[in-house]
Design a protein around this ligand. Structure first.
Ligand code: ZN
Ligand code: ZN
Length: 147
């Protein structure tokens, strides 16, 4: 699956870590050098849409995430059919298993930022500079000229 940074560029997953049976944390970093945003996404199994054909028992159904791949509880790699963005930070990921026919939904949520995007920091700094009084701006200029 493709993971996007908030700046719109593709993000790379450096590693994934299982928090418990159902939730996995993905460590992502933006591929755009000017951005440099690194963050954690939470991935987890939400619910089953349709049970596997030959599954009559109340066997525990689930799925897990390894890197950017989703694996069905039968061990096969599941297909991602679509991603439904519920908000900018939360999405439902619809998956199906080609092997057993299990169709299910995973949730993807933005957990937290590890190091902020330079683009955001830059925009924030510019906004601050624009909002200060001319005298503060002058002393800021003097401060900056020392670097
Ligand atoms: Zn970015
Ligand atoms: Zn399966």
């Amino acid at each position: 699956m493709r993971i996007d940074c908030q700046c719109g560029s593709k993000a790379l997953v450096s590693r994934s870590e299982c928090d418990d049976d159902s939730t996995t944390s993905l460590f992502c970093s933006c591929s755009k050098p000017e951005c440099g945003h690194s963050f954690i996404l939470s991935f987890g199994f939400k619910h089953t849409l349709s049970r596997p054909q030959d599954c009559n028992t109340e066997a525990r159904l689930g799925a897990s995430v390894k890197g950017t791949r989703v694996y069905c509880s039968c061990g096969e790699r599941a297909h991602i059919n679509k991603t439904n963005n519920l908000s900018t930070n939360v999405a439902d990921v619809y998956c199906s298993c080609p092997s057993c026919g299990h169709r299910f939904v995973m949730f993807r949520a933005f957990s937290h930022t590890l190091s902020p995007s330079a683009l955001t920091t830059e925009a924030l700094t510019m906004a601050i500079i624009r909002s200060v009084t001319p005298s503060v701006r002058r002393s800021l200029q003097q401060q900056l000229s020392l670097f």
